[in-house]
Design a protein around this ligand. Structure first.
Ligand SMILES: CC(C)(COP(=O)(O)OP(=O)(O)OC[C@H]1O[C@@H](n2cnc3c(N)ncnc32)[C@H](O)[C@@H]1OP(=O)(O)O)[C@@H](O)C(=O)NCCC(=O)NCCS
Length: 175
């Protein structure tokens, strides 16, 4: 505004913004303890270590972690299924790093990998009661296809969600 004194505004830069310290890479078995810590505070029925090991064995290239200053702050597992569609099996971000775009970055990373594998549609399930997750996925363009009653072992209902991938040749994952 003309004539108004320019106020200095203090902008808090989230740790996530320091891109040099942030690394997205493949999971390795030495990350398991930290992944388990995040898993336990993120889900009502955490998966056991043995299940993560099994998933890692099956999808070694698709199990991805994000680290900041060598500390794991989130993970995602998303892969191409035998029918050619993509699936996001799980994602979680350390609670103290949420709402800073980390989850979005992980999903976009995986979606770019899937684009590279010519995947056109990506599906996932999330608890209907997990409002944060369904809003998170909606924000990324996923649409609710249907509600599946008693989908989870504890009787929770799930939303089945779908994203149609659009292709942009400049977007390619480096992993
Ligand atoms: C869901 C989860 C991965 C999101 O991670 P995140 O790093 O906090 O998400 P982002 O900061 O990238 O959020 C991106 C967008 O999602 C939406 N969103 C994320 N968390 C939200 C919340 N709690 N409530 C409403 N909207 C939310 C927002 O629109 C946000 O965009 P904005 O920041 O511009 O408003 C994280 O909350 C989490 O780990 N939850 C526990 C595990 C889980 O539920 N996983 C998903 C089911 S498999």
């Amino acid at each position: 505004m003309r004539g108004a004194a320019r106020k200095s505004v203090r902008v808090q830069i989230p740790p996530w913004a320091h891109r040099k310290m942030v690394k997205i890479r493949r999971f390795s078995i030495s990350d398991l303890e930290k992944v388990m810590e995040i898993e336990k505070v993120s889900f009502p029925k955490p998966w056991p270590k043995s299940y993560f090991k099994k998933l890692y064995k099956k999808y070694p290239d698709d199990f991805i972690v994000v680290e900041i200053s060598n500390k794991i702050i989130g993970y995602i597992l998303g892969y191409k299924k035998s029918d050619g569609t993509g699936s996001i099996k799980t994602i979680a971000v350390d609670p103290s790093f949420r709402h800073q775009g980390v989850g979005k970055e992980l999903v976009n990373f995986t979606l770019n990998k899937l684009r590279g594998k010519e995947v056109k549609e990506v599906f996932l399930h999330t608890r209907t009661k997990n409002t944060a997750a369904s809003l998170f996925y909606k924000n990324l363009g996923f649409k609710i296809l249907k509600t599946i009653k008693n989908y989870y072992p504890n009787g929770d209902d799930a939303y089945s969600m779908k994203l149609t991938l659009h292709f942009n040749s400049s977007l390619r994952s480096s992993i």
